[in-house]
Design a protein around this ligand. Sequence first.
Ligand code: FAD
Ligand code: NAP
Length: 547
Amino acid sequence: MTSVGEKKPETATHLEVDVAVIGTGFAGLYALYKARKELGLRAHAFDDAEGVGGTWYWNRYPGARSDTEVTAYCYSFDRELFDAWKWTAKYPRQSEILAYLNLFADRYDLRRDITFGTHVDSVTWNDETSRWELRTDKGHHVTAQFVIEGVGLLSSTNLPTFPGQEKFKGEIYHTARWPHEEVSFAGKRVGIIGTGSSGVQCITEIAPECGHLTVFQRTPQYIVPAVHGPRDPKILESINADYEGYWESVLRSVTAFGFEESSVIGEGMSPEERDDIFDRQWNSGGGFQFMFATFSDVGTSLETNQAATDFIKRKIKAIVRDRETAAKLTPSDLYAKRPVCCDGYYETYNRDNVELVDVEAHPLVEITENGIRTNEHEYELDMLIFATGFDAVTGNYLKIDHRGRGGVELRTKWANRPLTHLGLMAAGFPNLFMIFGPMGPFTNQPPAHEAQVNWAADAIQHVREHHLEAIEPTQHAEDRWIATCDEIAYATLFPKVNSWINGANIPGKPITVMFYMAGMGAYMDQLRAAVKSGYADFTLLGPVPAG
Ligand code: FAD
Ligand code: NAP
C-alpha cells in the first residue's frame, strides 16, 4: 500500500493527482480549469464519452437545443470568452453548444489532462492515507486527495425494455445516445416513445422529414412556445453596460435563467387579468418564463397553477384541429414538472403524416419484428426512437461504487433517498464534491455549476492552506439540510406530480424530494454562510503527523 508522501511511480494506468474530476461537461471542464489554472494543482479528468461536452456530446438528436436563453447558458467567469463567442441564436442548437465547450477545452488546454472513453467504476476512500482511490474500466488506478464529480443530473439514460425488443428489425435510437452519423428519415415509418423535452423537440423537428410519424405518448405535458429567434439586442446591451451586475442578478434570482422573474401574485386576481399576462408570455416564449415570469406563485398556488393549466388547455384546443387528438394531448395533472417549451409542437399534430397513440389508455404490449404492438393495434415501423429520458439526479452517482470513510457504501447510504449537505457533499465522504448533486438547486445549470465549483475550490484551498487532510459535512448538518429541502419542496406543488424531479419516472426508484427548491439566490446565501461560519457545519480532519 502507498502511504501519503511516498511517491508511487506513475505508469500509464497509475496516476497520482491532487484532484480527480469525473465528467467533462459544463461542470467537469470548469472544475478541471479551476483546479489546474486557479489552484495550481495536479488534476486529471475522465469521461466515458470520446470528447468533451457531456450532455451536448451525447444528445445529438434532431431538434436538440437549450431552452435557457444563451446569455445565461454559458460560463460567466471569462468575460473575454463571453464577448468573443458569437452565439447565432437565443436557444442554440446542440452542435453550437458542443463547439463552445470544445473551444473552452482548447482555450485552457484542458484535453492533455482528460482521458476519454473511460468509465470510472469505483471511488474508494482509503482511511489510512486519507486519499481517494479511483478505478476505471480501462484499468486506471488513480490516487487523489480530492474528487470533483460532474457526472450529470440528466445523463444516465433510461432505456425501458419491452418484451420482444431484440426482435425489432428496424433502426433503434435513444435521443441521449444519438449516433454521430446522419440519420435519414425520408420516407420512413418512424415511431417515437416519450413526450418530455427531448421527445417534443425531436417530434417537431423530424415530422416534416418522415414518411409517417407515430408518437407513443404515456402522459401529456404542458408545452408552451419557445419563440426562438435571434438573441435579444436589449439583453446584450444591458449585459455590456454592466457585466458583473448582470451575473450577480442571475445568482440572486430564483431560476438563474437570466430573465426578469415576476413578483406578482396570481391568486385572487381576475381570470381576465391573469390570462392577459399568460397571453403576453405565450407570445414572448419560454418554459421557465411561462412558470416564473408570469406570476410568482404558479408553482405554489393551486389557483394560479390551475389558471396556467386552463390557459394552456385552451391553446391546445384552439391549435389542434382533430378533437380526439387535442383531447389526448391535454394533460390532467398540475403544471409542476420541469417546464417544457418548443415552437410548433401542437401544430405538428395537424400534419397528415403524424399520429398520436395514447399508451396510457392502450398500453404498449410488445415490440415485434416489424414495429410496436399495443393492446389495441400493431404499428409497423422502420425506425423506433426512445425519448424516454434519464435515471436523473442520482443515476450516475449510483453507477459508481462509492465507498467512503470506514467502507460505507453510497448505495447503502442512499438506498431510501439521496442524502447530501448543500447538494454538494455527503457525510462519510470527505473531500468529495458533487457538482449539481442531489438536493442541490433547481435552476438553470451553468451558473450553478460555477458557483458550486467555486465553493469546492475554496474548500480545497482552505484544507490545503491550513495543512489539513480533509473536509466533510457533519451528519447533523446533512440531516438539517435534508429537512430544509423537504420543508421547502412540500410548500410547492412539485412533489404532487410524478416526474424525474422526484424519481417517479424510474420503476422501483424511491420517490422523494431531490432538490433545494428555494431558488438560486437563497442557495447562494447558504453557500456563503457555510464559508462565513468558518465551515462550522463541517469536520476538518488533520493535519497528518509529520514523518
Ligand atoms: P453532463 O453534461 O451530463 O456531463 C456529465 C459527463 O460525465 C457525461 O459525459 C457522462 O458520460 C460523464 N460521466 C458520468 N459518469 C461517469 C463515470 N462514472 N465515468 C466517466 N464519465 C462519467 N439545463 C439547463 O439548465 N438549461 C437547458 O437549456 C438545458 N437543456 C438541456 C437539453 C438537453 C437535450 C438535455 C439532455 C439536458 C439539458 N439541460 C439543460 C441539462 C444539462 O444536462 C445541463 O445544463 C448541463 O449540460 C449538465 O452539465 P454537467 O457537466 O453537469 O453534466
Ligand atoms: P422526460 O422528461 O423524463 O420524458 C420522458 C418521456 O418518456 C415521458 O413522456 C415519459 O412518459 C416517457 N416514457 C418513459 N418511459 C416510458 C415507458 N416505459 N413507456 C412509455 N413512455 C415512457 O425526459 P426528457 O424528455 O429526456 O427530458 C428530461 C429533462 O432533460 C428535461 O426535463 C430537461 O430538464 C432536460 N432537457 C431539456 C431540453 C431543453 O429543451 N432544453 C431538451 C431535452 C431535455 P411519462 O411522463 O408517462 O413517464
